[in-house]
Ligand binder design. Structure first.
Ligand SMILES: *Cc1c(COP(=O)(O)O)cnc(C)c1O
Length: 420
């Protein structure tokens, strides 16, 4: 898929007059279109709802756009719940899919009326003791073994810390029913960043079959099945994007073949997508400060892994465009680096780009999910601003850049400026 910056070099030059680089830029129209295409793909299911995974892009202005598009939120911490509460998400618009959960977070989630998705059978008593058992409840399922599609291993649930075993799901549902729960949900997240379109349909079939079995075994009413996250995006230009409408049709087929004959055609389908919703709708814009020629050629940017951790952490590929040089041949090989005192602080290694000059702006693609959100302060680096490109072309700051005062805010020590 062709990778294009949201803004031209001239537009970047205009933006940096009031918002210096580096910054993450989000594309409002892209976010709305993605949300609408998803809803359209699952419009065959009456109760369908996307619960956006807040951890991917925890900015209230982004959450507000998604709320306007009919999405809920998936939270896994107290601060994510507080953000969602502030944006106006209420009750069952909030899914609480946490693990190793502190008691006070269950209490808060229950107060907000969120749907609680339990990660372990032992959490039933824990939740009962601290917050009480709600009428509507969900349990996270881990089938163990390897999760395969056409004999290709996608991931290894047996090594994942999440979820109930199949036997525990049965036991858990019976226990929850005894304690007053009336409507049940099943959740699973078995593979991350999948392309090719088959992940959701295969996962759905597994969950639907499990749901039919559980309903027979326990007699509970299963109201919803949560396919969670995991639909991927093409980070590389030669990868094909997922076709969300055919994914929706694939899930529908499994629904009609498994749930409908079992008399469970009223089950609502939920999703908790993060990357798919926001990934391609965000870009990190940085400036080239230095060019260094030693055993290799290096570009030194004003952004670093503290602004985008995925390449350093996972060796992840993020496409890079040199703004204003889109048409030029990529004939120069560079390592594109940040300023951390860590040799893995590289946005790209051996990347072919047009010849770069000091002062050029680089657009790093697909940073809208798990980008700014994974930022940190190592080496005293400060997290960047987040900007929103509105549908009318207007650019608005939706989070300011951190200052030294933010970095020092948790210290009480003479001589440390609190004021910037
Ligand atoms: C991270 C996460 C998601 C979102 O995953 P993506 O890969 O961004 O779609 C959804 N649900 C849960 C429980 C998660 O932990």
């Amino acid at each position: 898929m062709k990778k294009e910056p949201f803004v031209s070099r001239e537009e970047i030059e205009e933006i940096v007059r009031s918002h210096p680089t580096p910054f993450h830029l989000y594309h409002e129209q892209g976010i709305r279109q993605t949300a609408r295409a998803l809803q359209q793909a699952f419009s065959w299911n009456k109760g369908f709802k996307e619960y956006f995974a807040v951890k991917a892009t925890p900015n209230p202005r982004i959450l507000k756009i998604l709320r306007e598009e009919g999405c809920g939120v998936d939270c896994s911490s107290k601060t994510e719940l507080a953000l969602s509460d502030a944006v106006g998400f209420r009750g069952e618009e909030i899914m609480f899919s946490s693990n190793a959960t502190p008691a006070e977070e269950y209490v808060y989630a229950k107060q907000l009326g969120a749907i609680i998705n339990l990660d372990d059978i032992s959490h039933i008593e824990f939740l009962e003791k601290h917050a009480g058992i709600p009428e509507k409840i969900s349990c996270r399922y881990n089938p163990g073994g390897e999760f395969t599609i056409h004999n290709k291993i996608m991931d290894s649930p047996k090594d994942a810390k999440y979820g109930f075993t199949k036997k525990q799901m049965r036991e858990g549902f019976i226990k929850l029913k005894e304690k007053g729960a009336k409507e049940f949900g099943i959740h699973a997240f078995l593979a991350s960043n999948t392309l090719g379109g088959e992940y959701y349909p295969v996962l759905a079939r597994t969950l639907f079959e499990t749901a039919v079995w559980l309903q027979k075994e326990t007699g509970v009413h299963i109201g919803f099945i949560n396919l969670s996250g995991g639909i991927g995006i093409p980070y590389k230009p030669d990868e094909e994007p997922n076709d969300i409408s055919s994914i929706g049709q694939g899930v529908k087929l499994a629904f009609e073949e498994v749930l409908v004959p079992a008399g469970m055609g009223d089950v609502a389908i939920f999703t908790e997508l993060g990357r798919y919703m926001l990934g391609p709708n965000g870009q990190l814009v940085a400036k080239v400060l230095h060019i260094k020629n030693t055993y290799k050629d290096y570009l030194g940017l004003d952004a670093c892994a503290a602004n985008l951790m995925r390449p350093a952490m996972y060796g992840a590929y993020h496409h890079i465009t040199v703004a204003g040089k889109e048409g030029q041949p990529a004939e120069h090989k560079y390592d594109v680096t940040g300023s951390l005192c860590e040799n893995n602080d590289k946005f790209a290694v051996d990347r072919m780009l047009p010849e770069v000059e000091i002062g050029d702006y680089l657009v790093i693609h697909d940073t809208g999910a798990h980008g700014h959100a994974m930022g940190y302060n190592y080496n005293g680096k400060l997290r960047s601003a987040e900007l929103l490109l509105h549908s009318d072309g207007e650019v608005e700051q939706i989070r300011r850049a951190e200052t030294a005062a933010d970095y020092f805010a948790t210290l009480d020590y003479p001589g440390l400026a609190k004021g910037d």
